[in-house]
Every structure is written in structure tokens, then in C-alpha cells.
Design a binder for this molecule. Structure first.
Ligand code: GDP
Ligand code: MG
Length: 436
């Protein structure tokens, strides 16, 4: 098992204070991780500079290696940069509090309006949803469906005038005892002046307590431009990141925060109306770095792995020669390190559930050993040749069943695929790195 960050950790073994060289080496990897997470290039540059300055010369904690120390600093700074957890919405001194949701089309505004309304209702508030996306009948209908599900009223005036709808909606809330209004506005695929102009007029008309920019966390590099234009025109008061349940690394969070300086208040983490969370900067930092729980993984790995064997294995993985004998070796190493699922869960960018059940136990390990030793050398080196009759022979020879042989071959396959992913990831990263 290889990972770029762990490679760096291995290289850095000196003690004392962090040298410029230690920091430089680690920073290259950090930079790559940030760029891969789609953090804007300029934001990355500035960040690396700040962190390097802080890290060079700093004392290395007794319990950490220099590499770990650098990562610790990086993680802290990243968390700082994204701000503390501010999931509170500004509340109006005289109700109703008016919250205006803005953002590009498909960012998740309508869904988030529903989620926020539900969230406020749970806190004992009496929210009103207001349909200000008047350009498509379907948009109004979408909000009404959400309102019905949540049992929260939806104010709408059809497709007449977005600004007036907002104004009348706020008045309706005042007259009917609603203490919060959520304005669901229209988005476009790209920022255009007509849309911005309408939003500006709406802001002027209703003077909202918060303007929340809803950003799809998969937006990537473009997040900076989106945030910049919305902030320039509307002076947003906060950000909401949606679709964090996807496999994005979430670099948009950092970019948007860096550009607007406004706090990220909530995160959308799924399509259900209850899929809303306060924003957690520490979690986001680890996610952006793609660290999983790299630090503890490294510690475990170093305790159990024979360095030479690891190097040999890495070589074989890289040359795609990984075969069933290596698989056996690997399983035995894994066994020393704890369960395979535990380890996979700690790998950056790895989702153990995707790999199915690869849990190992003692019995399974000896069964695996028996099965592999019943194979011929040719079979071990090229499992593809193991056809039906070979499977039968191997099962009989190892005192197992054909199903068990099949299961092992499947496990081997998924492990091989996973390893290919790692090496591809590494190659991809290097290639991109060279282009700069
Ligand atoms: P709008 O155009 O900004 O109003 O975006 P919508 O609220 O209509 O959402 C666009 C699509 O994204 C819909 O299919 C939503 O179900 C989906 N969506 C919104 N928020 C999330 C989220 O947090 N996670 C996931 N997986 N999908 C989301
Ligand atoms: Mg919408």
C-alpha cells in the first residue's frame, strides 16, 4: 500500500526543528493534494506560503516525525482558514428574519431552502418558503412539493415578478406570524447581468438579514469566479456548500471562503430534506488534504511493515505484476496491522464500503493459504487461467469449496483493482504536477 503522503513521512526522519527542506518536501505533496481537491491555484499559492513560513523552524513534537509535524501545521492552518463553526443564522430583532438564497442553477438552492425551513421548524420557528424563481413553472412546483412534505407553507404569485413576490412574501409572513422567510431565487447556468440585476433589486426591496450563497461543492475551480461575482454584486453574508455527500474533495470550500471572507454556515449532505449539517472546518480540512486518518495509518503501518518487503511489494504493484503470492504476503501483513477494512477506511480517498466485505479473520487467512498453496505456480502468477475444472481441483486439494475459491479470486481481483487505483492516482498526480 502506498500513498504520496506516507512516502514523504518515510523520507523525513530527522529530529529537532523543522528544516526548510523538510517543509519544502512536504509542501510539494500538500500543494498537489490541494490542487487535486480543486482549490483555486492562487489560493493554494498563498496558503502554501503562509504555512511554510509558520512551519520552518518550529519545534517538532516529541511524538511526531517532521513529516507529521508539517501535516499537523497544515491541517491547523487549513482549519483556521475555513473559520470556526458558525452554523447560526442572524436573527432579526423584529421578525420575520429574511434569508435570501442565491447561486447558480442546480447548485441546490431550492432543496436547501426546504432543508433550512425544516431545520428552523425543528428549532420551534414558524418559517415561510417563498417561491421567487419565477422563470420555470416547475421551479415553483418543486418548492411547493417540498413545502407539503415539510408541512411548511409556500408563498407564491406564479410567474409574474420575482422582486414583488419576495416583497409580498415578507409582508405575508408579517401578517401571518411567520418569524422566518426563505427566499428561493432563480439561478442561471452562468452568471449574467440580468440575473444579478434582479437579485440586486430584490435585496434592495426586502433588505434580507442574510444573503446565503449556495455553492455546489463539485464546482471546482470555477467556484472562485462564482463567489467573486455574487459577492461583488450582493455582498453575501454566508456560504452554504451542497452535495458534500458526493466524492468531491471539497476544494471549493477553501476557495469560496478565501474570496468572500464570509463563513460557511451549513452543508448539504444528501438529497433528503434532513440531509443538512452545520459546517465542520476540521473535517473539511482533512477531506481537502485527502488524509483520511493518515497519521494513525502511518503509525500502524510503520510498526508492522517490514520496510524492504514493502518496497518490493510496491515495485510489484507499480509494474502490475502483483499476483496471488504477493496477495498472500499482503494478507499476512494486513493481519498484523489489524483488519483490512480498518486500514482501508483510513486510506485517503478510500471508502471501505465500496470494496465490499474484505474483513479478514484467522480462519479465513489459513483457508486462503491452503487455497493458494493448492495452486500451481502458473496459476498463482496468472489467476486468469483458473477455469472451472482448475477451480474444482484447487477446492478439492485445499479442502475448501468452489465457492470459497471463487470468493478468494474475487477478493484478489478487487484488491488488484484498488492497487491499480492507487498507482493511477499517483501517476495522475505526478503528471499534473509537472504541467505547472
Ligand atoms: P437549484 O437549481 O439551485 O434550486 O437546485 P436544486 O435544489 O433544484 O437541486 C439540484 C439537484 O441537486 C437536485 O437534483 C437535488 O436533489 C440535488 N441536490 C441538492 N442538494 C444536494 C445535496 O446536498 N446532495 C445531493 N446528493 N444532491 C443534492
Ligand atoms: Mg431552484
Amino acid at each position: 500500500l502506498t500513498s504520496k503522503l506516507s512516502e514523504v513521512f518515510k523520507k523525513l526522519t530527522s529530529r529537532g526543528k523543522l528544516s526548510e527542506q523538510d517543509v519544502k518536501a512536504a509542501m510539494r505533496e500538500v500543494k498537489m493534494a490541494l490542487l487535486e481537491a480543486d482549490v483555486n491555484f492562487l489560493v493554494v499559492k498563498k496558503f502554501i506560503k503562509t504555512v511554510s513560513e509558520r512551519a520552518v523552524g518550529s519545534e517538532i513534537l516529541e511524538s511526531l516525525t517532521p513529516g507529521q509535524q508539517v501535516i499537523k501545521v497544515v491541517n491547523e492552518e487549513l482549519t483556521n482558514l475555513m473559520g470556526s463553526t458558525v452554523s447560526k443564522l442572524t436573527v432579526a430583532s423584529a421578525p420575520p428574519s429574511v434569508y435570501m438564497l442565491v447561486g447558480l442553477q442546480g447548485a441546490g438552492k431550492t432543496t436547501m431552502a426546504g432543508k433550512l425551513a425544516g431545520y428552523l421548524k425543528k428549532q420551534g420557528k414558524n418559517p415561510l418558503l417563498c417561491a421567487c424563481d419565477i422563470y420555470r413553472p416547475a421551479a415553483i412546483q418543486q418548492l411547493k412539493v417540498l413545502g407539503e412534505k415539510l408541512e411548511i407553507p409556500v408563498f407564491e404569485e406564479g410567474q409574474k415578478d420575482a422582486v414583488k413576490t419576495a416583497l409580498h412574501g415578507v409582508q405575508y409572513a408579517k401578517d401571518n406570524g411567520h418569524d422566518a422567510v426563505l427566499l428561493d431565487t432563480a439561478g442561471r447556468l452562468h452568471i449574467d447581468t440580468e440575473l444579478m440585476d434582479e437579485l440586486k433589486r430584490m435585496k434592495k426591496a426586502v433588505d434580507p438579514h442574510e444573503i446565503l450563497l449556495v455553492v455546489d461543492s463539485m464546482t471546482g475551480q470555477d467556484a472562485v469566479n462564482v463567489a467573486q461575482s455574487f459577492h461583488d454584486t450582493l455582498e453575501i453574508s454566508g456560504v452554504i456548500l451542497t452535495k458534500l455527500d458526493g466524492d468531491t474533495r471539497g476544494g471549493a470550500a477553501l476557495s469560496v471562503k478565501a474570496v468572500t471572507g464570509q463563513p460557511i454556515k451549513f452543508a448539504g449532505v444528501g438529497e433528503k430534506l434532513t440531509d443538512i449539517e452545520p459546517f465542520y472546518p476540521e473535517r473539511m480540512a482533512s477531506r481537502i488534504l485527502g488524509m483520511g486518518d493518515v497519521l494513525s495509518l502511518i503509525e500502524k503501518a510503520q510498526a508492522a511493515f517490514d520496510e524492504k518487503q514493502a518496497a518490493k511489494l510496491e515495485e510489484r504493484i507499480k509494474s502490475q505484476k502483483f499476483d496471488l503470492e504477493d496477495f498472500m504476503d499482503q494478507l499476512q501483513q494486513m493481519k498484523k496491522m489489524g483488519s483490512m477494512s480498518d486500514i482501508l477506511a483510513m486510506m485517503p480517498g478510500m471508502n471501505a464500503s465500496k470494496l465490499g466485505n474484505v474483513e479478514l479473520d484467522e480462519k479465513q487467512l489459513s483457508r486462503t493459504e491452503a487455497i493458494v498453496s493448492s495452486m500451481t505456480v502458473a496459476e498463482r502468477q496468472n489467476p486468469a487461467i483458473i477455469n472451472g475444472s482448475r477451480r474444482k481441483r484447487i477446492a478439492a486439494g485445499s479442502g475448501t469449496s468452489i465457492q470459497q475459491v471463487n470468493q478468494l479470486l474475487r477478493q484478489f481481483d478487487s484488491m488488484k483493482k484498488m492497487m491499480r487505483q492507487f498507482t493511477d492516482m499517483e501517476r495522475g498526480g505526478r503528471r499534473r504536477g509537472r504541467m505547472k
